[in-house]
Design a protein around this ligand. Sequence first.
Ligand code: ATP
Length: 933
Amino acid sequence: MDLKQDSSESLEELKMVEAIKRGYFSTFFAQLKNMLIRNLTLLRRYYFSTIAQTIVSPIVFLVLMFALQKGSNSVYGKSILNPTTYPLGPLDICRGVTRSSPCINLMYYPKSEDTDSIMQLFANQNLERSGLSPSSDQAIKFEGEFDLQIDTPPNKMYGIVSAPEQNFIYNYALNNPNTTAFGITFDIDKANDIYKYQLWFNSTVQRNDTAAFNIRVLSLLRGVDEAIIGHSGNSKADIDVVLKDWPTIPPRSLADLVITSVGPMFLFSTQMVIFINLILMIVTEKEKKLRESMQLAGLKPEVYWLSWYLAYSLLAFICVLVTQAMGYALNLKVFRHTNFFAMFLTLFLFNLTMLAAGCMVSAIVSSSQAAVLTGVYIFIVGLILMGGIFTTISFTFIWWEKSTTPVIKYILMAIPPFNFGYIYICMSLLSAGSLDPITYTYTPGPSFKWANLYKPLPSNYIQTFNTDGETPSIPSPSYMLNVMLINGLVYLVITWYMDNVVPNHYGASKPLYFFLSPKYWRSIFGSSKSPDEFSIQTWINNLAAARPPFSGEDPDVTAERKAVLDTNAPYAVRIVDLNKVFKSGVFSRKKFTAVDSTCLGLQEGEILALLGQNGAGKSTTMNILSGVMNKTAGDALFYGVPLNDQRSIRSMLGICPQHDILFDELNAVEHVKLYAGLKGLPQTEIDRLLDEGLYAVRLLTVRNKPVRGYSGGMKRRLSVLIATIGNPKIAFFDEPTTGMDPVNRRHVWRYLERFKRGRVIILTSHSMEEADVLSDRVAVMAHGKIRALGSSIRLKNRFGVGYRFSMIASNLTTTGYVKDTIAQLFPQAQLEDDSAGALIYHFDQEHSEIVPEFISWLEQNQDETASEDTPTISRGGSDSGTVAQAGETRGNKGQYLISTWGMSQTSLEEVFLKLVREAQEEQKLLSDKKEKN
Ligand SMILES: Nc1ncnc2c1ncn2[C@@H]1O[C@H](COP(=O)(O)OP(=O)(O)OP(=O)(O)O)[C@@H](O)[C@H]1O
């Protein structure tokens, strides 16, 4: 070993050891620096999510907050220049537990001459003030005695009655809640003109509006004070009033107030799990190219969407039923007292609409990371929106108030959660009851019937902020159901549009106005031009841009270029002047040609191997031909069908992509059934595939194992089998045997060899052996151009480096003699190697006629006995085509100059390397020239 090199390597090692031995903190900071660089690079690469997290997030939520504040300000921010006047009128008659149930207006104690007189006076003045006749039902009359027991609720409307004892008023109100509007206990010192009384009112009574600050209490106070003054005759009488609330006991039934106000938020959240999952499933399939793969197998996009939509609708259906069952089980009033079908329709339609919204998002978003992010965004925004709007019932109806700009209402109605929340609140108010937020008055709900869907909520349930006293004209729940239906339909239309115009993984998309093109509709409804109507000549004429041969182009490639333009040539596949130009970056104007004017004609039963170094343009060519990538120029004709008629072409294509596109959770049998089903194969053919097909690619024993447990080679074999399902007329195999062991590779070769009959196959490979064994013709690509084309033999003959002979001299002393003799007899032979008696000679291709003569010379000079135990030397690559070997019995022996010899012809690999080297030199010259200019 070289000492110098040895010592420098040791030095390097020492430095590394030193570096590793650095202190904890220096290592810590060095690692931190590297990880920070990595993380920031990742954040830059995932710019979509980075922008969403840092910029979009605060903007969206603050705008939302701002909008809610603006909505609220539009109510509270109004100046009230003409405030409403509230004249202090008479005391209205009481209302019982419900509006029409019996009640007592006023109960007083003690019963005495004074109190009777005061109450009588009060009744008279009140009647006068109310303008009612004494016989009116609305008049509050002085009745004196009260004829009911403490535990008997009133059976009619009582006016002013006296209580039989001190605690009667208190106990009666306690035993019969919400039946007595007011109570008064007097403490009168007539001698000194001191009139004290305690006024009982009920701050929780339903509908009686008797809270301390209520106008009814004021009316009563004023009336009683007037009566006292009238009774005493002294306007300066000392009147002292104490207000006291009734005792309260909890009502027998409480409103599900929390469920009313937060119900929309919670039911929205229940649905969002399904919504986010739908987006994730569809986008993940897009990201993994699984959808593309199924579409290549003939799956119609509309079927794809519908299949997901229906599958998730089923989940939504179950989710809604479980929600309702839980509502019943938990005895929630909003579920129990709402018509089952009305609730089901509302929940299910909301789910369907949200699923349509999910499809729309999936059509726009391309990565699973962005999908989750978008789903979570929608969830949070929806939650805030629902929290902001529906937790205060008045906000539900504010949008229909005259003072609210109608445009806000229309914007909100474009969002399904808003429409759902509105319907839910209507149901809830009628079924779960409601509580007046100002008076804390509970209103029980009568229940929500099917007919209520078609009627706006009764005005007494509508809570508003408005100050003009007008009840807003709100829509019926069925109107909002229709709006939700329209939401869903609009989302589905946007899904269809976006699915067509948003570029797929390979950057292919339709123009923004695609739906205006009759060609699009023809392709959907299957009336594309039949091959008979199609004129190849016209097609070729339209491709007038077909380029002239490149300077220095190989004559075989040029000949092919001409041949594909010949309409009489019996090609099943014609590729004419195919081009693909990529932009170097999103914002870059630099362009890069990945496929450069490719022309190829393929006949039925032919396998063409596309060879080329990494990045030569093989996969790009395959992707364009498969229709997943848009071409920049040129075209291809498959059995008379042009490339843009993808629906027709896909029915005759079989594709094995470079990277396995398989469903991890499905096994081989399920894959075969899926793709066979998409191709519409009969059951007998599916059964045949499951037996013979899986056997041919050696997957029979693992056919029921999920693909996630397959080795790389197994996955590849399954991909090969899938590409052959449905007897495609044309099949593309992009590196079909990569990662396979030699045994399985041979099984696949045998399978493809049988499969090629009556079809056209294009395969790419990095295995020269594969190309040699399988292909009828080989096309070598470099820098997007086809450099050489022809059978493997032809390429070897045309581009081969000739023949190589290796030999070992019979002993070391004869080596010099052998060399001299060969130099003298065969001056064309070039000595390539000479070490320890082993000689390697090389004949150029143009001297191939001398080769037989040289072989015969070697045979004559070989020591037969020595050859038996001397290993044969063969050079020229593992796949070299050795045509002769030493050790055979020969006739006339010469001087026995050599003990053994071997010969090899140029391998395809050498041809390939030579062509690639030439292409690289050419490319370098070209770029040097560009740089100089
Ligand atoms: N979507 C794309 N955007 C930009 N450049 C691309 C895109 N796809 C491929 N390329 C570029 O086009 C060139 C050809 O790529 P292609 O995948 O066709 O090569 P290949 O011959 O199949 O290579 P390999 O043997 O490694 O699969 C490469 O330089 C590649 O970087």
